[in-house]
Design a protein around this ligand. Structure first.
Ligand SMILES: [Zn+2]
Length: 334
């Protein structure tokens, strides 16, 4: 699968300076003025390139999969926010499979990335599926995801391989990191649901049960449980004061699991984490932990709420990384 690197801004800047240089030579300007002028024009181009919200963008076949390159140990994937309905990939014929779009999750994921850059100078990786969920569901195994369509299978592989590559880069450069699979739910209870591969029934268990090896061994944050900066137990990491859910609650976002809502009550709807959280988290090994975030529809569809949400989510993710992974938050050259 070919992936083309796009760097339009940098290229445009280079051509502009070459043009400028040629024009100045034609005007017989002296070399000092020449140099100063080139620096003058290079400076804003360089700043623009760094602050360009897209960063380095990698596009897959037909732009179905989009990868925004990162330089910090956070990877965010967005499997269900896509809009594209191409003829070459018709609607999946399955009748009992979920096909609804997680509306505005692409916009939210990109805005989180931009906010984190503004707050820290570092970009998380973002992997986006631009195909509509009627065409592909990349949070399922390939059989269910593509439902037999060969083109859709190729796009599925591209999405999964892009996350694998991002996680491998994070592992190589930082040794450990966090992977977020970003979704939106339409449940009646307006709260954010966080998935660690624990079912609703399992979350209802006492802490001591939850902390036993039989639950830890298939957790999507298994690596963090085994070795974390404060020696927190599994239950503390999932619903203690420093858990992702509690940090979100502190910002005013009801969240389960968290200190306030340690588990969904029986019969309450709850998403525990899907294929991506299982595959790209640390349940089967590795040092990249995974958490599925399900934002409620109310938060996503209101533009004013969405702006605040993306800023708050960005600061909570930074805080979470500082508490549990990288207190210095120093990731080298920006
Ligand atoms: Zn989803």
């Amino acid at each position: 699968m070919n992936i083309n690197e796009i760097g339009e801004l940098e290229l445009a800047g280079l051509f502009f300076v070459m043009y400028l240089s040629k024009k100045m030579n034609n005007n017989n300007m002296n070399s000092t003025k020449h140099f100063v002028l080139i620096c003058f024009f290079l400076l804003p181009i360089n700043i623009l390139a760094q602050s360009d919200s897209s960063g380095i963008k990698l596009l897959g076949k037909e732009g179905y999969i989009e990868v925004l390159q990162g330089n910090m140990p956070l990877v965010i994937s967005i499997p269900h926010g896509g809009y594209l309905l191409p003829d070459e990939i018709p609607e999946r014929p399955c009748s009992n499979c979920a096909k609804h779009q997680d509306i505005f999750t692409i916009e939210i994921g990109i805005a989180i990335r931009n906010s984190i850059f503004q707050m820290t100078g570092f970009y998380p990786y973002v992997v986006i599926n631009n195909l509509h969920r009627t065409r592909l569901d990349p949070n399922r195994n390939v059989g269910e995801a593509a439902d037999g369509n060969k083109n859709a299978e190729l796009v599925w592989s591209e999405f999964q391989n892009s996350i694998d590559t991002a996680n491998a880069q994070v592992t190589k450069r930082f040794g450990k990191g966090l992977y977020i699979d970003l979704h939106g739910h339409r449940h009646d209870i307006k709260r954010t649901e966080l998935g660690y591969l624990l079912s609703s029934e399992e979350l209802q268990l006492e802490d001591d049960f939850l902390n036993s090896e039989s639950f830890v061994e298939y957790s999507s944050i298994r690596n963090l449980i085994g070795k974390n900066l404060h020696s927190y137990s599994y239950s503390e990491l999932v619903r203690g004061g420093s858990s992702l859910g509690s940090l979100l609650e502190e910002k005013g976002y009801p969240c389960v699991p968290s200190l306030k809502q340690p588990f969904p009550k029986p019969e309450e709807p709850y998403f525990s984490g899907g294929y991506n959280t299982t595959r790209h988290g640390s349940s089967s090994g590795g040092t990249i932990d995974g958490i599925q975030i399900e934002l409620d529809e109310n938060l996503r569809s209101d533009l004013k709420k969405r702006d605040k949400l993306t800023t708050d989510l960005a600061s909570v993710l930074i805080e979470y990384l500082k508490i549990h992974y990288f207190p210095e938050f120093d990731f080298g050259s920006k």
